[in-house]
Design a protein around this ligand. Sequence first.
Ligand code: BDR
Ligand code: CA
Length: 300
Amino acid sequence: MLLVDTDPGLDDAHALAMACARQTVVGVTTVAGNVDLPIATENACRLLGVLAPEVPVFRGAAAPLGGERLRATHIHGEDGLLGATIPDGAQVSPADEPAAVAIARLAREHRGKLTVVALGPLTNIALALRLDPDLAGNLASIVVMGGAIRAEGNASPVGEFNVTADPVAADIVLGEMAAVTLVAWETTRTAPFTPEEWAVMAKSGTPGARVLAALDDARVRARPDSVERPRSTADPIAMAVALDPACVRRSARHAVLVGTAPGLAAGLTAVDWTGSRPDRPDVHIPLELDRDRVHELLTL
Ligand code: BDR
Ligand code: CA
């Protein structure tokens, strides 16, 4: 049973399609990240309208708990989906309950059964923890796409986007919650797929495949050069790990510290490889993936 926290986002949209196709999704919460909150929420509602209109959408945080408000419109476009024409679906509207309240409530209602998959800045999850200190104990697990475990950043020289966009929230989640799996940027880069492998992912005609085909069309129009080369993806790989932990071939467990002060180290996720910080919870860090299994799960 999943709750997806997201800032759609092209790769978020693919991950949402994977979740709805394969698991019971009890809610989708939105957060400011790739695009501003109203756009992220509108995109989640459009996507859910096609993928699973019965799943409630909860509007979340519009700004980070700390740090600068970063966007990734240079990658996802001003509308977050590179102008993709999402197939028509039932009209979905966001619920009145705020995302953090909904996360805490759903974790309580489904105690021990719910996995949160966090695909954007961790603002909503940190707020939910502040609302309910029992949150971590109520969840089965939390799978986060975020962090750069070897400091190969994509939002700064050392910082991955989701962590750098709200380092304070990331520090709360990684410093206070047990059972977190951190699917880092570098790990997602270990599984690039060839154009041929991408081509088969959206063929089946299911709602998820139609959404993925629309995203692919938009990408090809916006970035014709991307068609010829192998391409990796971030959020769908985190979703694959959440859907099937056997996607992870090798992993490590260490505390992860987050750079929260402004400056070069903002958003740095420093892995405590030597075990010098026993005061912080261990984070499960996938290092190597079963590429074929991941490909199966990305295929809709
Ligand atoms: C993350 O940043 C966003 O742009 C993507 O949606 C993904 O969640 C990768 O660093
Ligand atoms: Ca995302």
